[in-house]
Design a protein around this ligand. Structure first.
Ligand code: ADP
Ligand code: MG
Length: 717
């Protein structure tokens, strides 16, 4: 008999096997059996035809109402009308041969019809759909029940061919052994694997199908969590240099001079981190926090603790602007504590070095020396930090800011710069839903800063519908003038840089709308018009790093009133005096991106105002997104919305390496409880049996998972 590793050619015949390989890269029984039905059609229950959208690829169950032969010569065709009992849909088949072929579509016949919904004479139709009749032609086993599985299909491989192949494979397959240990199955009331696979394809009832699905979802979550648990266990078993706090060190001196009191959250997370740094194993922590929640101070305290204990800390930022700003802020916050060897430097002081790709040769050399010689306790930089020639005397802690721009590989490259693995603190400003934290970032332990420092007035956000209320746009400029008159500053964000050249930061625009507004067009227009007389500067990705840095310095110092920028300011830029932001063509940005952008204002004690200017009509889905952003400042709620809209695949990386994702059923939105439970079980199992030696089937499954995508869907970040 055969097992799930049996090649499909041996089971379904040459032609079908080839088609399955071509369409879905399927090779083995397992591949096919994990191609689950998208949904179940109920025999006798027809698909709601009114719900079909133009351009959808659909498979519908419907009944033939009429069939007429029309035209002559080249235009000869069969026009068939099908119905769901209420709505109707036209099918059209051209050519003499179609006339013969479609003779079986007699009124009253029910069938499955598959094709792309098109529009002809303003009526929806399917041109040349594939179809089978619900009598006769179908494999008896595949369609024995009242429920008809509808598979993801292609033009050459309709759902019924897949169903027939599946039925054939299931007939020939030995019972499949269950990889999940019996005690775990019992605890979570999971059906057996063999039964689940069979029910998934040929259920006797909808409940049975859902039960099967639950079990298979569980398997996906469990496999993923096993990989992550193993990774955490391996990393945690590594030795690291313990960096316990020093009561009278730099960190204590820094805390004594802090101009504000730490929030409760900052203190709690700080304690956890201080404890982990004190252990002889590497910390692996993700710190996520609302925009403006004060992650930098938390990181700085950790860095100083490590410096106190004789180590160095590297702070990795995603952009040069941000790296330079971090270096400046840290230097300013530390004051004399960062000026070792300088006049006025404190006795126990250290130094902060900035290392980015754009430094002059001399500056770079100096920074490299400070890093390699150990003079700099804190080294701030972009990914230039992880280039090979950068060396540290005693790297003890790596802090990665705004993690979503760094991959695991880059983290690893940096970690490899230390003789034993350094401690790791990853910070993300985009709040991520718990399930994402448990999967995409699942190799890290997570802390969250949810409260903002006291005294922060929440940012007020309003949508400015430019098309319906042009006068409101005037009001935007007026508002900016008022803020500037009151001594504050403003951001104006555009989706595009402009002035011709190819653009990386332009959202892909394959639509017929006008091109998005551009910094280089908007700036002169405002400078000569509504914002005449204000000091305006541009900030975007095409400036040289030097120019960017100069502009940011000027803006920070208050020498520029209005910054017209692309999303380069999205990440981490901190100018507390900026109180108003206008986002132009706001509909071209994503939810999390907008939230991130507006986090740039309202960082001080002044009320921040964010104005989302859009020409999108009121009924457009984009307007709903904007309304959501203006209605809440809860980054986690918005992140969830973003996940919903981005489709899961993008996050779990389904399409990533162009391979089939191993996670077909798992949903980050729906399956939180399952992911939670699977994580707990996986962690316990791995603690007990790290290499899964007593669970060969699970070990094999994990190996497949790792090999299939080289685990890069886990590492997408
Ligand atoms: P983010 O978490 O977005 O990186 P930052 O670390 O840049 O936020 O902090 C935002 C601002 O809040 C900074 O100006 C910082 O100095 C200030 N800040 C941080 N912690 C506190 C606190 N406990 N009280 C008042 N202000 C704080
Ligand atoms: Mg930050």
């Amino acid at each position: 008999m055969s097992t799930i590793t049996t090649p499909l050619v041996d089971l379904v015949g040459d032609r079908t096997a080839k088609a399955l390989a071509k369409a879905f890269e399927m090779r083995t029984a397992d591949d096919l059996l994990r191609h689950y039905p998208r949904r179940l059609a109920q025999r006798g229950e027809l698909t709601d035809l009114a719900s079909l959208e133009v351009d959808d690829d659909v498979t519908v169950v419907a009944e033939v109402v009429s069939r007429t032969e029309k035209g002559y010569g080249k235009s000869v065709r069969a026009e068939v009308v099908i119905s769901d009992g209420r709505g109707r849909l036209q099918l059209v088949f051209f050519g003499q041969r179609s006339l013969h072929r479609t003779r079986n579509l007699t009124p009253g016949t029910q069938g499955l019809f598959a094709g792309k919904v098109g529009l002809f004479n303003r009526t929806r139709q399917l041109a040349h759909p594939d179809y089978v009749l619900l009598s006769g032609e179908l494999d008896v086993d595949a369609y024995a029940g009242a429920l008809i599985p509808v598979y993801p299909a292609t033009k050459d491989l309709p759902t019924w061919t897949i169903a027939n192949a599946v039925a054939q494979v299931l007939r020939m397959l030995d019972p499949i052994p269950d990889p999940v240990p019996a005690d775990i199955r019992a605890r979570h009331r999971l059906s057996g694997f063999d039964a689940a696979i069979r029910s998934m394809h040929a259920p006797a009832s909808t409940e049975e199908w859902f039960r099967a699905k639950h079990r298979l979802v569980w398997d996906e979550a469990f496999g993923l969590q096993l990989v992550l648990a193993q990774r955490r266990a391996t990393a945690a078993a590594n030795p690291a240099v313990a960096r316990p706090p020093k009561p009278d060190g730099l960190r204590a001196a820094f805390e004594a001079q802090l101009p504000f009191t730490l929030t409760a959250g900052q203190r709690e997370v700080g304690e956890v981190i201080a404890g982990e740094l004190s252990r002889p194993h590497p910390m692996q922590r993700l710190l996520q926090g609302e925009v403006g929640s004060g992650k930098t101070v938390v990181a700085l305290r950790a860095m100083l603790q490590v410096v106190d204990a004789g180590g160095q800390a590297a702070l990795l930022a995603p952009t040069e602007v941000l790296a330079a700003q971090h270096a400046r802020t840290i230097d300013a916050m530390l004051g004399p504590l960062a000026h070792a060897g300088q006049l006025g430097g404190a006795e126990q002081a250290t130094r902060v070095a900035l290392l980015t790709g754009s430094l002059s040769a001399g500056a770079k050399k100096a920074a490299l020396l400070e890093a390699a010689g150990g003079a700099a306790g804190i080294v701030v930089g972009t990914h230039a930090l992880i280039q090979e020639h950068v060396q540290f005397a005693e790297l003890g802690l790596v802090v990665v800011d705004e993690q979503h721009r760094f991959g695991v590989e880059q983290r690893d490259a940096l970690r490899s710069k230390a003789t034993s693995p350094p401690h790791l603190l990853v910070m993300t400003a985009t709040p991520i839903p718990r399930t994402v934290a448990m999967t995409v970032f699942g190799d890290l332990e997570t802390s969250t800063l949810s409260e903002l420092p006291a005294g922060r007035a929440p940012i007020l956000t309003s949508v400015v519908p430019a098309a319906e209320k042009p006068a409101w746009v005037e009001r935007v400029w007026q508002r900016i003038r008022e803020e500037v008159a009151a001594g504050h500053q403003a951001y104006i964000v555009c989706p595009r840089i402009g002035a011709g050249a190819a653009e990386e930061d332009e959202p892909s625009g394959d639509d017929a709308r006008r091109p998005p507004l551009a910094v280089l067009d908007v700036l002169p227009m405002l400078a000569e018009g509504p914002l005449h007389g204000l000091r305006i500067a541009a900030l975007h990705g095409r400036l040289t790093p030097d120019e960017k840095d100069r502009t940011m310095t000027d803006f920070t110092a208050g020498r520029v009133d209005v910054l017209v920028a692309t999303t380069v300011i999205e990440v981490g830029v901190d100018v507390p005096n900026a109180t108003v932001m206008a986002v132009l063509d706001a509909d071209r940005f994503g939810v999390s991106q907008l939230h991130q952008l507006r986090g740039r204002i309202g960082r001080g004690n002044n009320q921040g105002v964010c104005l989302l200017v859009t020409e999108a009509p009121e009924a457009a889905p984009a307007r709903e997104r904007l309304a959501a952003v203006s209605a809440t400042t809860d980054g986690f709620a918005l992140a969830r919305l973003d996940v919903e809209q981005r489709r899961e695949g993008d996050i779990l990386g389904a399409a990533q390496s162009g391979r089939r994702s191993q996670l077909k059923l798992l949903s980050l939105l729906r399956d939180e409880a399952t992911i939670d439970a699977a994580r707990a079980e996986a962690t316990a199992l791995v603690a007990d049996d790290p290499a899964l030696e007593r669970q060969p089937l699970l070990a094999a499954q994990v190996a497949t998972l790792l090999a299939a995508d080289n685990a890069d869907y886990l590492e997408k970040s």
